[in-house]
Ligand binder design. Structure first.
Ligand SMILES: [Zn+2]
Length: 305
């Protein structure tokens, strides 16, 4: 992996519950996690490249000799699923039913966006167990509820909620320190999801990207999404396309967040919803990505995976 990204780190967020944080949380540098049970390990998300997934497996092995028997994917994006192959043969894969369909449809999309990344032997093994709304898991004494929300970040998001520990693995419903990304999901759906997550009253949140955090991140995310809706309303009233709106918008407090070019893709989603299209309706991803690149000084954003 390139030297540009700092090394991943483990953080024990509750007894035998570990977050695997990959700084700096920008494009494709996702977080994963794992729970150590009495006989086996349950993994939450893998990583983008073979090397990064092997590093995740090595990090698990540094904590326990037990095998990974279950892998949960929070959604289909390659940074959370391309490393599944590293756990194939020993684990069963679990995800929301839409995640399965989206994995099949999108294939290895990220390798086309970032052809220079050393992806290695990546195999986004699809789930063998899917669910619609909720799926309770038991990792030894630890109860884990997989809960579908959305469409939010995608149409097949699931969080892993540990009610006793009040720990939430939020997947990409939450980016801590990075710009939220709803191009493939929904803004209205994300706002509904945030309300549902708030009702769980989580104390520690392992976001899909960025450092482990507290529930304040829910407020920040909500503020950004509502701001997006306002920008879209004003942009449509002024007859401006998303890229033009993004270019003339002062990011204000969101300037501090990484990957600001996501504003352009997010506005495409906001426009779709303002036009009354169904939540989560397909929006042309590569075209939006090219506009994000235009906003980003004509460069495809850097991926340090
Ligand atoms: Zn994602």
């Amino acid at each position: 992996m390139p030297a540009a990204a700092p090394p991943p780190r483990l953080e024990e967020v509750a007894d035998r519950v570990h977050a695997y944080v990959q700084p700096d949380g920008t494009w494709c540098l996702n977080n994963a996690g794992f729970l150590v049970g009495p006989e086996a390990v349950t993994v939450i998300d893998t990583a983008a490249t073979e090397a990064r997934a092997l590093a995740l497996r090595a990090a698990i092995a540094s904590v326990t000799p037990l095998p990974a028997r279950t892998v949960v994917n929070t959604h289909f994006h390659g940074d959370h699923t391309y490393g599944n192959g590293v756990f194939a043969g020993e684990a069963v894969f679990v995800a929301h039913e839409n995640c399965a369909a989206e994995m099949a449809e999108q294939g290895l999309l990220l390798t086309h966006v970032w052809p220079d990344v050393e992806w290695g032997d990546i195999r986004p093994v699809p789930p063998s167990i899917t669910f619609a709304d909720r799926l309770p898991l038991h990792v030894g004494d630890t109860a884990v509820e997989l809960i579908h929300h959305g469409p939010a970040h995608t149409t097949g998001d699931a969080v892993a909620w540990l009610p006793e520990q009040r720990v939430l693995f939020a997947g990409d419903l939450i980016f801590n320190g990075g710009t939220p990304f709803v191009l493939m999901g929904s803004i209205a759906g994300s706002l509904a999801a945030l309300a549902e997550l708030r009702a769980l009253r989580p104390e520690r949140i392992v976001p899909g990207h960025g450092p482990v955090c507290g529930p304040d991140v829910l407020d920040w995310t909500e503020g950004y999404l509502r701001w997006l809706q306002e920008l879209a309303r004003d942009g449509i009233a002024a007859g401006l396309p998303p890229l033009a709106v993004a270019r003339e918008t002062d990011l204000g407090p969101y300037r501090e967040w990484t990957d600001p070019e996501r504003l352009v893709g997010n506005l495409h989603r906001a426009y779709s919803e303002a036009r009354g299209e169904p939540l989560g309706a397909p929006v042309e991803f590569l075209a939006a990505m090219l506009e994000m690149a235009e906003y980003n000084n004509g460069q495809i954003p850097t991926c340090m995976a």
